[in-house]
Design a protein around this ligand. Structure first.
Ligand code: GAF
Length: 374
């Protein structure tokens, strides 16, 4: 591996954040998503330190530092768990991992819904795989990073973020079927339009618990659907007609969650088609419908991002807008005529400041390659 330097003692890695054009909360329901890796990324330097088990990880930029012992890995505090989880999971795949020193920095704004967590997991996993020549294929790195988040962080996330971080490709969206991980790239050709992200700067504290709650509600819906339709394995297999049988057996809330997922799955496929046919009007309308579903049925939006979306949609140059990512804060994704991006972005931020007394941050999006050696 030519980029592993000083007789295979050190690697440098870039691990990107991600956007998701459409398909929220569909990944853990075996459904479709349409994400892409972006220019904002984490950079890691990882070096063997000669010890059997001692790992030292720090980030001067983020003022973080931690140590771990490969022989005693158990969940710790906050951000450390993403790394501890990866070390624990990767040790299950290979016994060749040894002590190392790592340093990282990031330009992925935290809490903006751009998945700095997947970048941290996948960057570490990819770097250790290269440095210690573990020979793990990309799919294993994706799966073990997701598993790390389940077991050490406690978020029962789907696979979209880790998949996008590892498999991203410059100027391409990834249409991913989360049931079997089949995927294809679709060129990010938006014609006269661009994607504008506006970070609300808020991340409501219930985000993690509410995420797991949504997942449990979907599973509950499936368990009830299966009583009438035993062939349904996940919401991916259900249609709106199937939902009729839930009417008197589960709460309205569970029905609403299921309806959103079924509709969102259909929207992803339509959006992929619209993208391939350069039909930006249809794409924009799908984004806005996705937002309505996330706000009203899945109930993962918040007033700050609703405001950003509603205000954006009042501009004729904006074809569609929605909350992006897991929800409860983060950013809005807007499909905006390229020649109006600057003006729309300025006015949105100004309106946000006037209404909430805080700053929204416009983020430039460049669709980039996935995790890689530098
Ligand atoms: C978070 C999760 F990590 C993803 O797996 C996905 O479910 C997303 O929220 C919502 O679409 O980013």
């Amino acid at each position: 591996m030519s980029n592993v330097t000083a007789e295979n003692q050190r690697v440098r890695i870039a691990a990107p954040g991600r956007i998701n054009l459409i398909g929220e909360h569909t990944d853990y329901n075996d459904g479709y998503v349409l994400p892409a890796a972006i220019g904002q990324h984490m950079e890691f330097e990882i070096e063997k330190n000669g010890d059997q088990a001692l790992c030292r990880i720090s980030s001067e930029a983020l003022q973080k530092t931690m140590q771990a012992n490969l022989n005693h890995l158990k969940p710790g505090e906050g951000w450390e768990n993403y790394i501890l989880g990866v070390l624990s999971e990767i040790s299950k795949y290979s016994g060749k991992l040894r002590g190392f020193d790592a340093n990282f920095r990031s330009d992925i704004p935290q809490g903006s819904g751009l998945s700095s967590s997947a970048a941290l997991e996948c960057g570490m996993a990819y770097g250790l795989n290269a440095l210690f020549e573990l020979g793990l294929p990309s799919l294993d790195l994706i799966r073990l990073s997701q598993e790390a988040e389940h077991r050490f962080v406690g978020t029962q996330c789907g696979i979209m973020d880790q998949f996008a971080c590892v498999m991203g490709r410059k100027n391409q969206f990834i249409l991913l079927d989360c049931r079997n991980l089949e995927y294809r790239y679709i060129p990010a050709a938006l014609g006269a339009y661009s994607l504008l992200l506006i970070s609300s700067g808020v991340k409501h504290s219930l985000a993690d618990s509410a995420y797991n709650e949504r997942r449990a509600e979907c599973l509950k819906g499936v368990a009830h659907l299966q009583k009438t339709y035993p062939k349904i394995e996940s919401l991916r297999d259900a249609s709106l007609e199937h939902l009729e049988c839930l009417r008197h057996t589960v709460s309205d809330t569970v029905s609403q969650r299921c309806r959103f997922v079924i509709e969102e799955n259909a929207r992803v496929l339509k959006a992929a088609e619209a993208l391939e046919h350069s039909d930006m009007e249809t794409l924009g309308a799908l984004l806005s419908d996705s937002h309505k579903g996330l706000r009203d049925d899945y109930q993962v939006s918040c007033r700050e991002v609703d405001f950003l979306v509603d205000t954006a949609l009042s501009f004729p140059e904006v074809l569609g807008a929605r909350i992006m990512g897991g929800g409860f804060g983060g950013c809005s994704l807007n499909l905006v005529r390229t020649d109006a991006v600057e003006r729309v972005s300025e006015q949105l931020c100004m309106a946000y400041r006037q209404s909430f007394g805080r700053e929204a941050e416009p983020l430039e999006v460049r669709i980039s390659d996935g995790v890689r050696l530098l």
